[in-house]
Design a protein around this ligand. Structure first.
Ligand SMILES: *[C@@H]1O[C@H](CO)[C@@H](O)[C@H](O)[C@H]1NC(C)=O
Ligand SMILES: *[C@@H]1O[C@H](CO)[C@@H](O)[C@H](O)[C@H]1NC(C)=O
Ligand SMILES: *[C@@H]1O[C@H](CO)[C@@H](O)[C@H](O)[C@H]1NC(C)=O
Ligand SMILES: *[C@@H]1O[C@H](CO)[C@@H](O)[C@H](O)[C@H]1NC(C)=O
Ligand SMILES: *[C@@H]1O[C@H](CO)[C@@H](O)[C@H](O)[C@H]1NC(C)=O
Ligand SMILES: CC(=O)N[C@H]1CO[C@H](CO)[C@@H](O)[C@@H]1O
Length: 610
């Protein structure tokens, strides 16, 4: 358990005076934050530049009230009218004709009269986001007269059909979170200035799109069509695209050449679809020479697609059924920095030893939740973060990490590694390693040969019962050591072990078999977790060597009445949290005091056996 996690749920106790910090308060604050975030960002899980451009609408000059400004709205001399969030049920009929920016968002408008809209021919921005407009309430000719319209925001309404015609002056259109099933040729076609189109969270299927949706709209840069029902990637995508989001559809196939013109595309989201390797070929992505971010996670790929373009920086392939990495599928991606392959079906022998050769920028590799039975050979030489947790690895051999000099974070937790199968020299080259996680393995004893520069070492949830002499020697950089849920006893740890760790700030030995506070703790220590042990008493000088301690966690031990004195803690100037609940002296008020006698007997038995 990390310090921060725990701080959320602890009860603050000053020695004699039980003073609870309501953890619910922090949760409430968190909830409020999340809530207001959602309020602000509304339906949009996608990036959207709407807020930028609408912000000017929300700060009209309050001093100026146009004579014909509708009730409850604010209007400026410059033609900005803001009627947002005032419970309007109908489109206001008395708007000044000079209006160029009109904000009607967050109302309950169901329909718009075409004459009323047509009168506002100067409109450049029309914001109708978050109303109750249906396609019936939005007449076909509604937008015909708006020859200056640049920005149209209709997200979060009840539209089923897109308008048949939108003005050719349009720059940005947001139709997200409606029920659109159909788009017409002139909805987005023939608009040379159109830059961004948001259509996510609708009900669009392939048949609902016109043949050439962006015919004559060659400058569209952002197209967001996530969360629809598309089976195929639309054809004839505009060549200027740099952001294309198609996640959460039903994509099975990427038609041949679908991406061939998109040489400026930088970000392509295809995650959470039904794509298989058969639904694409070795040239599908090849022409995307600017592509930096490709997300193919949560599909049905059994292999890494071949022909991936060379400039990809971040490649998401997690949550597929990938079984192998061939020799030639990755090596051309010279700019690759992040390779995410977790939750696949990789075995070590399925990874070609030269698969990562030459990928000099690749620093983060996620291979967790696969079927690796050993550390794959030929790991990328420059890798800094390697996540191989939740595999079937049972041993670490002398040369498994012999070439990965730059490794800083290695996570091997939840494998099947035993102490005797970690080669003593396996980590010898890892001079830069800062964090090592071997939690959830089958270690029986603290292994030797950890890199001396480690700052964080996690060995939780093993069967460690001994820390043999010198196992921690020289680890003077170690700041956090997690040994919780093992089988450690006070006398199975070599004397002076903790003194070696002169930078240690956090020691977690919760869930072991300690009967007393470890002695010789280093002066640097700030947090000591000893909950769920069998500690019976706390000697008065237990914390003499740790004047900087901030948190002591002794919950659920066997500390008997009178076995801890206030004076033990009095000189600890930095102590913020002393959690000693669940012991007899400070038992919960809810607990029946009369049970304690029974429990004390039980406790004595356990002490005898230990
Ligand atoms: C594309 O637009 C041109 C006019 O600019 C028109 O002649 C052509 O038929 C359109 N193509 C499609 C497929 O709609
Ligand atoms: C794709 O495969 C074909 C046939 O095997 C080959 O001719 C072509 O060069 C390959 N293209 C790429 C980009 O690798
Ligand atoms: C995709 O994979 C899932 C799980 O492996 C499987 O149930 C589903 O039938 C596959 N779908 C397709 C279209 O291949
Ligand atoms: C290893 O991964 C697990 C699971 O994500 C995480 O909880 C743990 O903190 C990681 N270890 C380190 C040292 O970062
Ligand atoms: C404990 O037991 C005594 C007698 O057996 C009883 O009078 C007392 O109310 C009990 N206390 C609690 C807290 O239940
Ligand atoms: C795409 C978009 O809507 N962004 C525009 C926001 O407004 C500024 C000027 O106010 C334009 O430059 C952006 O293109």
């Amino acid at each position: 358990m990390g310090a921060r996690e725990t701080l959320f749920s602890i009860h603050l106790i000053s020695v004699n005076n039980v003073d609870m910090l309501p953890s619910s308060r922090s949760l409430l604050v968190l909830w409020l934050l999340v809530f207001s975030y959602n309020m602000i960002h509304g339906h949009d899980d996608e990036d959207n530049d709407f807020l930028e451009n609408s912000s000017k609408l929300q700060t009209p000059d309050p001093d100026f009230l146009a004579p014909d400004c509708p009730r409850d709205c604010t209007c400026t001399q410059e033609g900005v009218v803001d009627c947002g969030g005032i419970d309007l049920k109908e489109f206001p009929i008395d708007l000044p004709e000079s209006t160029n920016h009109l904000s009607l968002q967050n109302n309950q408008i169901e329909e718009i009269f075409p004459e009323e809209l047509a009168r506002l021919y100067r409109l450049e921005t029309l914001n109708l986001q978050n109303n109750r407009l249906t396609s019936k309430g939005l007449p076909e000719e509604a937008f015909e007269q708006l020859e200056n319209l640049n920005y149209l925001y209709l997200a979060n309404n009840k539209l089923t059909l897109a308008p048949k015609f939108l003005p050719n002056t349009l720059i940005s259109a947001d139709f997200a979170a409606n029920y659109l099933t159909k788009i017409y040729g002139l909805t987005f076609g023939q608009k040379p200035n159109l830059r961004s189109v948001y259509l996510h969270n609708n009900k669009l299927s392939d048949a609902g799109l016109p043949d050439n949706m962006f015919n004559g709209s060659d400058n569209v840069e952002i197209l967001i069509m996530s969360s629809n029902f598309l089976k195929y990637v639309p054809k004839n995508l505009p060549p200027a695209l740099y952001k294309l989001h198609l996640k959460n559809n039903k994509l099975e196939k990427i038609p041949k050449g679908a991406f061939n013109e998109l040489t400026g595309l930088r970000e392509l989201y295809l995650q959470n679809n039904y794509l298989t390797n058969e639904g694409m070929d070795n040239e599908t992505f090849w022409k995307l020479s600017s592509l930096e971010y490709l997300d193919l996670s949560s599909n049905n790929l059994s292999q890494i697609p071949s022909g991936l373009p060379r400039n990809i920086v971040l490649l998401h392939l997690e949550k597929n059924a990938i079984k192998m990495i061939g020799r030639d599928v990755l090596i051309q991606i010279r700019n690759l920095e992040y390779l995410l392959l977790h939750n696949n079906k990789l075995k070590a022998r399925g990874i070609h030893p030269l698969a990562f050769q030459g990928l000099k920028k690749l620093h983060t590799v996620h291979l967790y939740n696969n079927m690796l039975e050993r550390i794959p050979s030929g790991l990328p030489r420059r890798v800094k973060t390697l996540m191989i947790l939740h595999n079937q690895i049972s041993e670490i051999n002398r040369n498994d990490f012999a070439t990965t000099y730059l490794l800083e974070e290695l996570n091997l937790s939840y494998n099947k590694i035993t102490s005797s199968r970690i080669h003593r020299e396996a980590f010898r080259k890892l001079r830069l390693l800062k964090a090592l996680d071997l939690s959830g393995n089958n270690l029986h004893t603290m292994p030797f040969g950890f890199p001396k520069n480690l700052q964080i070492l996690k060995l939780k949830e093993n069967d460690i019962s001994t820390i043999p002499r010198r196992a921690l020697a020289g680890m003077t950089k170690l700041q956090e050591l997690y040994l919780s849920n093992n089988k450690l006893k006070v006398n199975s740890i070599y004397r002076g072990a903790w003194k070696e760790l002169s930078s240690l700030q956090l020691l977690d030995m919760g869930g072991n078999q300690l009967v007393s506070i470890p002695s010789d703790l280093p002066a640097s220590l700030e947090y000591l977790y000893l909950q769920n042990n069998k500690i019976t008493m706390v000697s008065e000088n237990a914390f003499e060597s740790t004047p900087n301690i901030k948190g002591i966690f002794l919950r659920y031990n066997k500390i008997a009445v009178g076995a801890v004195k206030e004076s033990t803690f009095q000189s600890l100037k930095h102590l913020q949290v002393l959690d000693i609940e669940g012991n007899f002296e400070f038992s919960d008020t809810s607990k029946n005091r009369n049970n304690s006698e029974e429990e004390e007997e039980e406790d004595e038995e356990e002490e005898d056996s230990s």
